[in-house]
Design a protein around this ligand. Structure first.
Ligand code: NDP
Length: 363
């Protein structure tokens, strides 16, 4: 029902149309950009559109959905998300054999199982409905935020209050989700959209993994409050989140603007390196500090989320640890892809101009 609800919002809400990057078949796909509105409508509906009836069965008004039930049925909901994403990936794999489907470079190997896993077709669609872009941003990400709110409701039900760490984790992760939907167009230039196929890995990741493991901190906080933590600690956590967000948003927006219009006043001053393939690489600004400074900002935010759970268990730090591994692996994958994209000589010159990967002056 949740997935369907998001599909309906994607179909009916007004929005802009944006063009994706140039594909290997010389075409550009058009995308419906109304995710930001879908975010607010979803939030409004969840908090205001649950019907209330009198004893006589008459409609007397509307209130919030009983979101605490998400916490009570967490495992069942996670199981349905796993089944649903698995079924979707099988459908996408079969669909990728349709005539004219544009295949992802990495998803067209001799192993059918690998292709199903990694994603065979680059941009599977029904008409102008784009499965990958939709799943990347809407049911899982907005769902994650609703799960967090459900955890806050469950905590209120149990403790009669919502604690500071629960408020913080809801705010932090809510901001992350809002930011992704508010910058929806920026996803069109990311690796997931331009390079990776849409198979089990992304479908499972988007629809099951993200909402049900990224909400681990809020889930933990329902029944465990961090003990003996001085108030100033929450200020430090808040500071780490803000710092991470400034780096993450600054770097990602800068690249997005630069790729869309390098003469735009906000990026025109940035020094660049020319490459033989005709594309320029930024060597000052955020991208001159470190080659993956955007990942550093993202990781700092993940650390702030985990810190809201205090220090009683390492389990809630799972996200930061997993994300660290994911980002290092992703940085290596992108490095390899860029060697192919720009050629060894130009990429080596870029690495000489910007020697650090994550932290300027350090690593
Ligand atoms: P990037 O946004 O870092 O994109 C990499 C591409 O950017 C390169 O292939 C290259 O492509 C271009 N680029 C790299 N350096 C430069 C430069 N100096 N000047 C101009 N262009 C450059 O990677 P991702 O798509 O992996 O990540 C996007 C964001 O999503 C990140 O902030 C990441 O942290 C986040 N993310 C979050 C995840 C989560 O689970 N929370 C998972 C994955 C990512 P080209 O030259 O072709 O433009």
């Amino acid at each position: 029902m949740w997935f369907l609800f998001q599909v309906v919002l994607e179909r009916i809400l007004p929005g802009d149309v944006a063009e994706g990057t140039l594909l290997s078949n010389g075409k550009r796909l058009k995308y419906n950009i109304n995710g930001h509105l879908a975010f607010w409508v979803s939030l409004f509906v969840m908090l205001h559109a649950y019907p209330m009836y009198s004893d006589k069965g008459q409609l007397v008004g509307f209130t919030r959905f009983p979101l605490e039930k998400i916490y009570d049925n967490y495992l069942d909901l996670a199981k349905s998300a796993i089944w649903f994403s698995s079924a979707l990936s099988v459908y996408l794999y079969v669909k990728s054999f349709a005539k004219g489907a544009l295949l992802a470079v990495g998803g067209n190997t001799s192993s059918g199982v690998y292709n199903w896993w990694i994603g065979r077709e680059l941009n599977p669609r029904e008409g102008d409905f784009d499965w990958k872009e939709f799943c990347e941003l809407r049911p899982g990400l907005i769902g994650w935020m609703i799960i967090n709110i459900g955890c806050a409701c469950a905590q209120y039900q149990r403790l009669g209050m919502v604690t500071t760490p629960m408020i913080l984790v809801n705010l932090f992760q809510g901001l992350y989700v809002w930011d992704a939907l508010n910058s929806e167009q920026a996803i069109l230039t990311t690796m997931d959209i331009t390079t990776d196929g849409f198979g089990f890995m992304l479908a499972f990741g988007d629809l099951a993994w993200v909402p049900f493991t990224y909400s681990l901190q809020a889930k933990f906080l329902v029944e465990h409050s961090p003990q003996n933590i001085p108030e100033v600690f929450w200020l430090i956590v808040f500071g780490i989140k803000v710092l991470g967000y400034i780096i993450f948003r600054g770097a990602n927006s800068e690249k997005d603007q630069f790729r869309r219009d390098p003469s735009h006043p906000s990026v025109a001053h940035i020094r660049t390196l020319d490459t033989k393939v005709g594309r320029k690489l930024m060597i000052t600004g955020w991208w001159g500090m470190a080659r993956k400074i955007n990942y550093t900002g993202d990781w700092l935010m993940s650390l702030a989320w985990c810190l809201t759970t205090g220090f009683t268990t390492p389990v809630t730090y799972f996200y930061s640890i997993y994300f660290f591994v994911l980002l290092v692996h992703r940085a290596m994958r992108d490095d390899e892809a860029c060697v192919k994209k720009y050629g060894e000589e130009d990429w080596a010159a870029y690495k000489k101009a910007v020697p650090y990967i994550f932290v300027p002056g350090l690593i």
